[in-house]
Design a protein around this ligand. Structure first.
Ligand code: MN
Length: 213
């Protein structure tokens, strides 16, 4: 009996390790039904016999995103929301545009590792590991850098020319948590007593920060 319980515990451990990222496929594809009102982990499939090439297609990633904003940055996402055929495939893509001195501010992707390559200009990039060690690199055209799943990372254009990068992400729906927005721009706001203590700031500074996000 004890041996059986031990075996079950081991099996549970092994199977939980096998699904540490997007779940693996049980069929060739599962094109998302964009009209379904049913909620599952991922998106509901259409009848596979109705799938067509357009379901696996997206165009326009050659077009620069609009960087006329506070950060001088734009991300054009190509996830399962843009390509229904990506549903259940565990991968997605993004085009990142940076104006001169543009910044993709510190953020995390709760479900994906990011693999970035610079196709124009220069980027200063980095991520922070869970022991607070910072890893940074200056990237030029053709350089590639990895941001491990879940870790806080950023990309900054340190030059007065535009920069463009393409990122692959290991989830059909990587998710995005921008640190400053989540902390100072939550809805409803986190109490300024809590933020003042957490960041060792006076409450006036916290209140001002909260008006910025
Ligand atoms: Mn990212």
């Amino acid at each position: 009996m004890a041996a059986k319980i031990l075996l079950l515990a081991l099996l549970a451990l092994v199977s939980s390790q096998a699904i540490a990222s997007d779940p693996s496929q049980l069929q060739d594809f599962c094109v998302a039904d964009q009209n379904s009102q049913v909620f599952v982990n991922g998106l509901v499939c259409i009848n596979p016999n109705l799938a067509k090439a357009e379901d696996f297609f997206f165009q326009g990633l050659d077009k620069p995103g609009n960087t006329m904003n506070k950060n001088g940055f734009n991300a054009t996402l190509v996830t399962a929301m843009q390509i229904p055929g990506l549903n259940t495939l565990g991968i997605s893509l993004a085009r990142l545009d940076f104006a001169p001195y543009g910044l993709n501010p510190p953020h995390t992707h709760p479900r994906a590792t990011e693999l970035l390559t610079v196709i124009e200009g220069t980027l200063y990039v980095g991520f922070v590991a869970s022991d607070n060690k910072l890893f940074t690199k200056v990237l030029n055209k053709g350089d590639v850098f990895v941001f491990p799943e879940n870790l806080i990372h950023f990309q900054f254009n340190p030059s007065n020319a535009n920069a463009v990068a393409i990122s692959g992400l290991s989830s059909q729906n990587p998710g995005l948590i921008t640190i400053a927005n989540a902390v100072f721009g939550s809805n409803p706001p986190i109490s300024d007593d809590i933020l003042a203590k957490a960041f060792q700031l006076d409450k006036k500074t916290v209140d001002w920060l909260q008006t910025q996000f």
